[in-house]
Design a protein around this ligand. Sequence first.
Ligand SMILES: NC(=O)c1ccc[n+]([C@@H]2O[C@H](COP(=O)([O-])OP(=O)(O)OC[C@H]3O[C@@H](n4cnc5c(N)ncnc54)[C@H](OP(=O)(O)O)[C@@H]3O)[C@@H](O)[C@H]2O)c1
Length: 336
Amino acid sequence: MDSTQICLAQRPVGEPDASTFTTHIQPLPDLQDGQVALAIRYLSLDPYMRGRLSAAKSYADPVEIGAVMVGGTVGEVVESRFEGLAPGDVVLSYSGWQSAAIAEGSQVRKLDPSLAPVTTALGVLGMPGFTAYAGLLEIGRPQEGETVVVAAATGPVGSAVGQIARIKGARAVGIAGGPDKVRALTEQFGFDAAVDHRAPDFVDQLKAATPDGIDVYFENVGGHVFDGVRRQLNNRARMPVCGLVANYNLTSQPVGPDQLAGFLGQVLTKSLTVRGFIQDEFTRSHGRDFVRDMGAWLADGRVRYLEDIVEGLENAPAAFAGMLRGDNFGKLVIKV
Ligand SMILES: NC(=O)c1ccc[n+]([C@@H]2O[C@H](COP(=O)([O-])OP(=O)(O)OC[C@H]3O[C@@H](n4cnc5c(N)ncnc54)[C@H](OP(=O)(O)O)[C@@H]3O)[C@@H](O)[C@H]2O)c1
């Protein structure tokens, strides 16, 4: 079997573009005992992949030049030398940006397509949904009647944060880019209020939407959104720092006054909790509860999700670059 593979051609400076990636067609090696051959059906595109394009030291190794881009995938078993998996089974694997792959049978998870659409294993029932669940409940700890604010709020992490906050009795305020996304927050996801960070009066809109201040700010973006939010934080507010997507393509420090001293002053005088996390630190402590709770919330309609499915592996590079600008509307998935 041949695999069409999208590989890293060179490390981007700023936004990734057409020169960042290159495509090869590669025959797969022979199948060994314990392995399965997969036809990849869906590829997840996620903001963390921007970090893998950079050689800067981080919590995970960079993708090497010439290597297949990494990523979560849903694939169909076409040949198996692993007991317990047979052709036709659908599995979650980490096979990257390619059309076919060999995987260790022990490293993939069989999915049940009758329980939920298999793409949800890449979104609301997968890593992004888990990130929202663990980060909000363990660090944010929303209490009944409190106000929870999250940006990138129509994305898989943000939409789950807002909906879980409401399930816990908090008031959810979402921040998103543009009127269509803002409308979806209240109409489709049930947020109590929604604010457009692209609007010139963003900060005024945010103040109006948070009359009692902010008790939990789930930080997904940084940048000008953080500047607006931080002035509204209440005493003893919690801030799970999940992502800073506004910074991922920066090539130099943002211009403007240094706000660090002012923010640290707030951390001190308002007794703020600011805690960064990478989701897998919570797998052991929250993994089972997540599967139970999110499965139930999805089944009874208390949690909804939105997917943005782009057809064709060849469109992954452009879709990925677009996501970092906010072009995606919901969980971005490539239908390979
Ligand atoms: N810590 C962890 O373990 C972990 C795990 C998963 C994800 N994350 C992080 O969680 C965040 C959300 O991930 P996701 O998968 O749900 O992504 P996503 O929301 O589907 O996509 C990113 C969104 O970020 C928003 N954005 C981009 N540039 C922005 C800017 N300058 N200012 C404000 N918003 C901007 C855009 O939405 P708008 O158009 O609405 O602005 C864009 O759609 C990311 O920062 C990601 O890195 C962290």
